[in-house]
Design a protein around this ligand. Structure first.
Ligand code: ADP
Length: 492
């Protein structure tokens, strides 16, 4: 063969070989790329599956969340209704079909254990016929130990979680005629406890932790409301008992008061008639003494005259006492008409000072009255109020030693004027201060053995002040003096 041809053929083969080698190389590269691409596609597929799974889970979580929100909303409404109820039976009546359905169930029962009867009583029945509910009640009482144990341990039982005990999930399903259920104890501090049951026949329902929480919140709310209702019932009952007692006591007191009034009226009538009876012979005694003292039956020997003067003086005192007694009984029985008019307090004080001027001078007692302008006018019965002043200033004078001091002061609060008659006298012992306004009461001390009196003056004063709708009281310290205070109304 022509060497040129041979060389040419060799060259062609060499070129073809090189080209083939290059193509094989390219094909290998392409193959690698396809493998890498396949790998990426698988990864993407995996990721897509993951995204789908996450999306589904998110949807489920969203559904759960929505269920929880609506459940919470229902619970809130139900709690509000229940918590405002204060009667045991009414609490359970507030739980109706709608609420139970909103919580995802169509059947509900509530039982309370009655310790005395030793059985469970039905308080709520939703989604069952009467016949069914009676059968369930009988079955519950037949298995009472299981339910009592739930209450005792405070455990919740549900189709998802059955605490240890005799009843299986299937048995409970059969007992309550459901496929899923929750049973929560209703615990109260005092009184009957029990449990609430919710259930459904829906096969698709599966009880979640959230469902269990809701029913236990509801059971807690019922327990608390039962406590409140019982506390209210207890308080209400004791209030009723108290009211009955108060009524009974008031009735007894009214009867006693009537009796006291009757006795007091009789006493006043008695005093009044006795005083009248005494006054007549007293007037005669005084008349005869006056005739004798005027020497109308001849001149009297000095000794007889002095005795007669004593008779006359004692008769005066007796007349005075009888008059006071008559006045007290008249005021007590309301026979004295209080004629109120506008009076000047200063004029009354001046008049009384004038009346006692001689005795004040004799004992060298400093008398002053301090009546501000706004206390000027009082609304009172002139003659009665003058007697009050005469008695109080008279007493102050009687029980204040030489060189003492007597003041009349007045001050005002709204339409009430308070008048104080203050002295620097012997004072009144604390234990006697309460009795001072009682009839015939006189402090048992040496001063009273020297100073004459009847123990009627302050009683009369108190009656007069009270007939004017005022108040009278005393503040005193032995050896320092006394202040008698009383109130009267003003016109302005
Ligand atoms: P009487 O003055 O006739 O005894 P009262 O009813 O006026 O009766 O007073 C009762 C008693 O109250 C007096 O006996 C006296 O012991 C005491 N008493 C009243 N006023 C004063 C006073 N200003 N200071 C001290 N004791 C007084």
């Amino acid at each position: 063969m022509n060497p040129f041809v041979y060389l040419g053929v060799c060259l062609v083969f060499a070129i073809l070989g090189i080209s083939l080698l290059y193509k094989v190389q390219r094909l290998k590269e392409l193959g690698d790329k396809v493998t890498a691409l396949n790998f990426s596609l698988e990864e993407m597929d995996e990721q897509a599956k993951l995204i789908m799974r996450t999306d589904m889970e998110l949807n489920k979580a969203q559904e759960e969340l929505d269920k929880k929100i609506s459940g919470l909303d229902t619970l809130q409404k139900l709690s509000r209704e229940i918590s405002t109820t204060l009667e045991e039976k009414q609490i359970f009546k507030k739980i109706n079909n709608q609420y139970v359905e909103e919580l995802g169930f169509e059947k509900s029962l509530a039982f309370l254990w009655k310790t005395l009867e030793r059985e469970f009583h039905l308080y709520l029945c939703l989604g069952y016929s009467q016949d069914e509910s009676l059968k369930i009640k009988a079955a519950i009482n037949a298995n009472k130990d299981y339910f009592l144990d739930l209450i005792k341990t405070g455990s919740t039982a549900s189709s998802e979680f059955i605490p240890e005990g005799a009843l299986s999930k299937n048995k409970i399903n059969q007992l309550f005629l459901v496929r899923s259920f929750i049973i929560c104890p209703v615990l109260a501090q005092e009184g009957d406890q029990g449990f609430i049951f919710v259930g459904t026949q829906n096969v698709e329902t599966s009880i979640t932790k959230g469902d269990q929480e809701f029913i236990s919140i509801l059971a807690n709310q019922i327990g608390q409301t039962l406590d409140n209702a019982r506390l209210f019932e207890k308080t209400w009952r004791s209030q009723q008992e108290l009211e009955i007692k108060v009524e009974e006591r008031t009735r007894q007191l009214t009867v006693a008061l009537e009796e006291v009034k009757k006795i007091s009226r009789r006493k006043s009538d008695f005093i009044s008639s006795v005083s009248h009876e005494i006054r007549t012979p007293l007037t005669s005694i005084k008349g005869y003494a006056a005739i004798l003292l005027a020497n109308k039956l001849g001149t009297l020997p000095d000794e007889i005259r002095s005795r007669l003067e004593k008779i006359n003086r004692h008769s005066d005192e007796l007349v005075h006492m009888v008059n006071d007694l008559l006045d007290i009984s008249r005021i007590e029985s309301g026979k004295v008409e209080i004629r109120k008019e506008a009076l000047s307090l200063r004029t009354i004080a001046d008049k009384v000072a004038d009346l006692f001027s001689e005795q004040l001078k004799t004992k060298n007692i400093d008398f002053s009255s301090n009546i501000p302008d706004d206390c000027q006018e009082i609304l009172a019965d002139r003659s009665q109020i003058e007697r009050v002043f005469i008695n109080l200033v008279g007493n102050a004078l009687k029980f204040t030693p030489q060189n003492g001091k007597i003041d009349i002061n007045a001050n005002r609060a709204n339409k009430i004027i308070q008048i104080d008659v203050k002295d620097t006298g012997f004072g009144i012992p604390q234990d006697a201060q309460e009795s001072i306004f009682e009839e015939f009461f006189r402090v048992d001390n040496t001063i009273n053995q020297e100073v004459k009196g009847t123990g009627l003056g302050l009683t009369l004063v108190k009656h007069i002040i009270e007939a004017h709708q005022g108040r009278i009281w005393v503040k005193s310290k032995v050896g320092e003096g006394s202040t008698f205070s009383f109130t009267l109304n003003t016109t302005k």
